[in-house]
Design a protein around this ligand. Structure first.
Ligand SMILES: Nc1ncnc2c1ncn2[C@@H]1O[C@H](COP(=O)(O)OP(=O)(O)OP(=O)(O)O)[C@@H](O)[C@H]1O
Ligand SMILES: Cc1ncc(CO)c(N)n1
Ligand SMILES: [Mg+2]
Length: 585
């Protein structure tokens, strides 16, 4: 399917990856010295030569693999998967989507069958009508710029024939065929009736086919494929059927301490080894490997490089998720996006951001805490016990190392009380300690950059004095606005006071939740809260809590006052307010 120009282009696109072993590559009209990258866990046993053809067309393709086209529209590498749905979402279409997403490639989906499947096995398969598979194929291919097609479960002769016909009408740059027939649980997904159409029509169109041991055996009329030597012979025989490359996957090789796959390109064999990960979570490795190969080809990389990247991706993902438990059966899914395992660490955050957390917002000041002879962590603990609902560490004078250490101890305290911890200004410190978010001022890191660095889930607050700044904060992806100084304050030098009117103007200009800051304490908190805008969610305080002898007592007083003022008003907060606590200092 792919022109060899595509492979040539991919080689060039890949040149930044080339290192270590020098290799002679001969081409029609070209001879180049190439180097092959060796990952720590995947090694190649064979010297090889690669034919290079259509150099110019390939350069064109390499240019296409870059993200920006001439008119600055972004071209995203695109894989279309033609496969079956797995209700358990470990294999099939679902694995393909996740593998492509993890490798930053767009994936469109043509569904050929719906399976009822879980970690125990396959309970049912229902084919999508052939004309509707055709409709899906045409919808995607006639509209979207698909780079690579990857096939998985093709459950009937009719569906394979339709696919081949439509691929001839809408040629793409590469075709990856994972000839899915039997699931690892041993259940038959596509019967032997598809074998002849696979051999005669589909395999000859493929740039690479990726059978597992059983599938290789089935395609070769049941010959034995049980050892690495068998895999070599089978690869050669399968290559005779017409695909440009054959990758036989050895995930199911008995008695093998490595997971060994054999790649054959018609000239050379590559034995790809990676350590076998001890885990039950290998359901969907085959689909994911093929999708990752397709994704790398769509980016412009050549076959060998794509296979190596894909194998390493599977190895890392299996290793990362070897202990996760999903389902009760013998073969669980793995975590493509390397996110699930940290779930338990994230449990303290029930929701991404709850605006009512702004109710009593305590901002630390190391100078004040030093003055009163307490550590930041002790001050934070007392504030939380007194009713603070969110903490911001604002340590302007601290050395980075000390700041990070304080942030880590405060985070532990905050997490144990379910109170978010934000870091003022220092995105690096927030990232280093995995705080809940940051608060940035107008002259700090722009909120949009902070958002890009911190990702979608962290809380970002921005100090705003004007409606324009408030609108910008929203556009930049901020979660809340800190507005002030409402009253004059000694905590911040040269700070312009906006007053209650300025606060109200900012609140009315934005739908973001707002916390008021600047010179607020027990004496004036009520006046602030009475400005009467629904998005004013609380007050932020520094001196009123921390420039005091007993942080606990002062926080409790302020919390009580806020609660009282909010009855029937706009502020709500449900943090418990326990009776008489003596100041521990
Ligand atoms: N335990 C493991 N540790 C490391 N790599 C593995 C392991 N199991 C499988 N692999 C790798 O995963 C890829 C898929 O191999 P496998 O032979 O399991 O395919 P498959 O049977 O088609 O997968 P499935 O049917 O589960 O989707 C191969 O690269 C293989 O080497
Ligand atoms: C839908 C579907 N496709 C492929 C496989 C192979 O893992 C599977 N188990 N289910
Ligand atoms: Mg398997």
């Amino acid at each position: 399917m792919a022109s060899s120009a595509f492979h040539t282009a991919s080689l060039l696109a890949n040149k930044t990856n080339l290192l270590s072993t020098p290799i002679q590559a001969s081409a029609k009209g070209y001879t180049r010295n190439l180097r092959v990258s060796h990952s720590p866990s995947i090694y190649l046993r064979t010297q090889f030569s690669i034919r290079l053809q259509g150099f110019a067309a390939m350069q064109e393709k390499a240019a296409c693999a870059s993200t920006l086209s001439d008119d600055s529209e972004m071209k995203i590498p695109h894989v279309m998967t033609v496969a079956g749905s797995d209700s358990g979402a470990g294999a099939g279409i679902q694995a393909d989507l996740k593998a492509c997403a993890a490798n930053r490639v767009y994936c469109s989906t043509v569904i050929t069958a719906v399976t009822a499947q879980n970690t125990v096995g396959v309970q049912g398969v229902s084919n999508v009508p052939e004309d509707f598979v055709a409709a899906q194929l045409k919808s995607v291919l006639s509209d979207m710029q698909v780079d690579v097609v990857k096939t998985g479960l093709l459950p009937s002769v009719g569906i394979v024939k339709i696919l081949c016909k439509i691929l001839r009408e809408f040629p793409v740059q590469a075709l990856v065929v994972d000839p899915v027939m039997v699931s690892t649980s041993g259940d038959v997904l596509a019967g032997p009736s598809v074998l002849s159409v696979f051999r005669e029509e589909l395999l000859p169109m493929a740039d690479i086919i990726t059978p597992n041991l059983k599938e290789a055996s089935a395609l070769l009329d049941g010959i034995r494929v049980e050892t690495v030597d068998d895999m070599h012979s089978a690869a050669r025989l399968l290559h005779n059927m017409g695909p440009k490359n054959v990758l036989i996957k050895g995930g199911d090789l008995p008695n093998s301490s490595d997971a060994v796959d054999i790649l054959y390109d018609g000239h050379n064999f590559y034995e790809l080894h990676s350590p076998r990960i001890k885990t039950r979570n290998t359901h969907g490795t085959g689909c994911s490997l093929a999708s990752c190969i397709a994704a790398e080809l769509a980016k412009g990389y050549q076959v060998l490089s794509a296979v190596k990247v894909a194998k390493r991706f599977i190895e890392s993902a299996l290793d990362y998720s070897k202990e996760i438990v999903i389902g009760n059966g013998p073969q669980g899914p793995f975590d493509h996006l390397l996110r699930l395992k940290s779930h338990s660490q994230d449990c303290h955050r029930l929701q991404p951001f709850n605006p009512s957390d702004l109710f009593l917002y305590a901002v630390t000041d190391s100078g004040m805490n030093k003055k009163w002879g307490r550590s930041i962590a002790d001050a934070v603990k007392a504030a939380i016990e007194g009713g603070a609902t969110i903490i911001q560490l604002r340590e302007k004078d601290a050395e980075t190392k000390d700041f990070l250490e304080s942030a880590k101890s405060c985070l532990k305290i905050c997490q144990s009380h379910g109170v978010p911890l934000l870091i003022n200004d220092r995105i690096d410190v927030a990232l280093a300690c995995d705080a809940d978010g940051v608060h940035v001022g107008q002259s700090d890191m722009p909120a949009c950059v902070a958002r890009a660095l911190l990702g979608p889930e962290k809380i970002i607050g921005v100090s705003c004095k004007t409606p324009e700044q408030a609108r910008q904060a929203w556009a930049d992806g901020a979660d809340y606005i800190g507005c002030g100084g409402v009253y004059p304050t000694n905590t911040k030098e040269n700070n312009i006071t906006v007053g209650l009117d300025g606060l109200k103007t900012v609140c009315m200009a934005s739908k973001l939740p707002v916390v008021a800051i600047g010179g607020i304490g027990v004496s004036n908190a009520r006046a602030v809260m009475e400005i009467g805008t629904t998005n004013l969610k609380g007050i932020a305080v520094v001196s009123a809590l921390f420039d005091q002898e007993c942080v606990l007592t002062e926080t409790r007083k302020l919390h009580a006052m806020l609660l009282e003022s909010s009855i029937g008003g706009t502020l709500t907060n449900s943090r418990p307010d326990s009776d008489m606590i003596s100041c521990p200092r």
